[in-house]
Structure formats: structure tokens, C-alpha cells
Design a protein around this ligand. Structure first.
Ligand code: AHN
Ligand code: ZN
Length: 341
């Protein structure tokens, strides 16, 4: 009798000590392991390199202004195609021509890099890679016909997206979505105010690449669950407001991205306040049925607002680029993508 009591105690002690060592409770449950609360697992979010993005911007600017129908434009386009291949993404190029406000035929290319191309659920990231042929915001009229470097207006969004795609490709197995980056051409060839057009102002002279893409996607039957456009995101103290059309067409995406920005520690950049609608590539992405937001440095004022100081002037060169702004946007995008379910 004594023996059997002793062995019962021994078995009890053994059961307690050999069981799952995370249980602190001494009750022996017959359905072991079902009542344990799993600690919330932090999802893996890789790191965005601001230095890497900065170099991608420098590289584009070093070609000179990327104005359609110039050798610099062709050379930079070739560089972007090769770079997207080099990071390991699947590359698709759309070759096309479009007419400018002054009836010039422009030879253009939209360039797409895809990560996890086989996945159905996709996120589309966009920026324009061409630069403006006119420094038409210069105080000196004599400079209005000169092209600009477009370090911020053009190259900044592209530089950040190359780095985002590089990181997405590297950790593609941790993503629950496919990621496409599209570089639109011919965004900044919009009619300048000094040009008196016979038919009146031509609003459709902006965003030639996204207009082409909206009619004919880079892949047949392509669809993305949402889109994010970057435009002029690289200047010091950049501020991103809830742009009007983004709010109208994709308010849930705005909320999600702004939340990711705040969680990642870049709250000062992502302002929870409205700003007026802007004509930009997201207009045509939304028209194509993809809810798309525009992350753009446009600070509202009463009744109107203003772009960054260097906008469409020769001041838009490498000296306005601030790595902290690149990181704020790039890390926010990476967080958004890697938290997708
Ligand atoms: C207009 O000025 C009509 N839209 C601004 C779009 C733009 C120009 N983004 C960069 N450059
Ligand atoms: Zn511009």
C-alpha cells in the first residue's frame, strides 16, 4: 500500500517535470496544449537602406536630365531595366509613343519589376522616371526652356522603389503578396504656362505613361489589390498629407500606410490632415480600377498649397535630397508590404 502511494507520487512528479516546460500550472490536463495562449508573434519586417536608395538617385541624376527623346533619357531607361533585373525581379517593358502638348511624338518606356510574379494578390508601387524639360518655376524667364535635374521630382521615388524591390526580392518568401514596381515615363511633359495652346490648356499632357498603361497593362489581365504612387518624396522635412483623390478613392489604403509610417517611427512625415487633389499618375491608376494613393510632398494652405521649394527649378538637384525622408518612405512601404496577410 505504502509502495503504491509512493509510486503514484513519483509518477505525478515525473508527469509534472517532463511535460511541456512552458506550463507553470500544476494541473494535469487531459487535453494538453489546447488551452495555452500563444504569445503574439511579431512579423518579420526587413530593413530599408537609405544609403542604397540615395545611390540609386545619384546614379539617375548623373545621366543628366531624363527628358524624352534625348540620349540621357535612353541611357537612364536602360540603366533602370538592368538594375531591376540585377536585383532579381522579373522585368517587363512597355515601349510606346505619345504626343506632347505641342504635337511632338515622344518615344517612351514604362518599366516594370515584379517580385513573386506567380502570386495573385498583388500590390503596385509607382513613380515617374522622366524629368521635366522646363524649369518653368524659375523666377528668371530666360531659364524656363532649360531642363532640370529632377533629383526630387522623379529620381527620389524611383530610387526608393528600387531599394524596396531589392529588399522585397531578397525576402520574397516572407511576403504574402506579389509586388510590382512600375516606373512611368512622360509624367512631367505637361503643358507649361508660357505655351499658348490653340485648343486651350491640355490637362492630358501630363502623365503620358500612366495614361498609356491604364489602357494597356504590361500584362494581360493584370490586377493589383491596391496601388501606391510616390512623387517628390526625398526633400528635407518632407510632409505627406491625405491627398484629395487618394482619400476619395482609397481611404483605407491611406489609413493603413499612414499607420505603418507612425508605427515605424516616422509619424512626423505622415500627417493625418487633408490636402487638395493633385493631377498625377494615380489619377489614371484609379481610373483603371486600382485604388491608388499618392504619397507626395504637397503642403496645403488655405484654398491651395505648394510643392517643395525646388519644384520645377534648377534647385531640384542632389543637394535637396535628405536620406531621412527616403528612409521614412521606404521603411514605411516595406512595413506595409511585409504586414500584408
Ligand atoms: C500639376 O502640376 C498639374 N501636377 C503635378 C504633377 C507633377 C509634376 N508631379 C511632379 N511633377
Ligand atoms: Zn514635375
Amino acid at each position: 500500500m505504502k509502495n503504491s502511494i509512493l509510486s503514484a507520487i513519483a509518477i505525478f512528479v515525473l508527469l509534472c517535470s517532463c511535460g511541456n516546460n512552458t506550463t507553470s500550472s500544476s494541473t494535469i490536463s487531459t487535453q494538453t496544449g489546447t488551452s495555452q495562449a500563444q504569445p503574439k508573434k511579431e512579423k518579420f519586417v526587413p530593413v530599408f537602406s537609405q544609403d542604397s536608395a540615395f545611390r540609386f538617385i545619384e546614379k539617375q541624376v548623373a545621366f543628366g536630365p531624363r527628358v524624352p527623346n534625348t540620349p540621357e533619357h535612353i541611357a537612364c531607361g536602360d540603366y533602370l531595366i538592368n538594375k531591376l533585373k540585377e536585383v532579381g525581379s522579373e522585368v517587363t517593358v512597355q515601349d510606346f509613343t505619345a504626343f506632347s502638348f505641342d504635337n511632338k511624338e515622344l518615344v517612351l518606356r514604362n518599366i516594370v519589376g515584379s517580385v513573386n510574379p506567380e502570386m495573385k494578390k498583388r500590390v503596385l508601387l509607382a513613380a515617374h522616371w522622366d524629368t521635366r524639360p522646363f524649369a518653368d518655376q524659375e523666377p528668371d524667364e530666360n531659364k524656363h526652356h532649360e531642363p532640370i535635374d529632377g533629383a526630387n521630382d522623379g529620381a527620389s521615388g524611383v530610387g526608393v522603389l528600387i531599394e524596396v524591390l531589392r529588399v522585397a526580392q531578397l525576402y520574397k518568401d516572407s511576403l504574402n503578396v506579389g509586388v510590382d514596381v512600375i516606373f512611368y515615363d512622360g509624367e512631367d511633359y505637361g503643358q507649361p504656362h508660357f505655351y499658348d495652346r490653340p485648343g486651350g490648356y491640355d490637362m492630358k499632357s501630363w502623365c503620358l505613361g500612366s495614361q498609356y498603361w491604364a489602357n494597356k497593362h504590361h500584362k494581360e489581365g493584370y490586377h493589383a489589390y491596391y496601388g501606391i504612387l510616390l512623387d517628390m518624396i526625398g526633400a528635407k522635412n518632407a510632409r505627406f498629407y491625405h491627398e484629395g483623390l487618394s482619400e476619395k478613392k482609397a481611404s483605407g489604403i491611406l489609413k493603413k500606410v499612414w499607420k505603418a509610417g507612425h508605427e515605424a517611427g516616422y509619424g512626423e512625415y505622415f500627417v493625418y490632415k487633408p490636402s487638395p487633389e493633385i493631377t498625377d499618375d494615380h489619377v489614371y491608376m484609379n481610373q483603371a480600377g486600382i485604388p491608388t494613393i499618392d504619397i507626395i510632398d504637397y503642403q496645403p494652405t488655405e484654398g491651395s498649397g505648394y510643392f517643395c521649394e525646388a519644384w520645377h527649378t534648377h534647385d531640384d538637384n542632389m543637394s535637396v535630397i535628405d536620406k531621412n525622408s527616403l528612409e521614412a518612405v521606404g521603411q514605411t512601404l516595406i512595413r506595409t508590404l511585409f504586414l500584408e496577410k
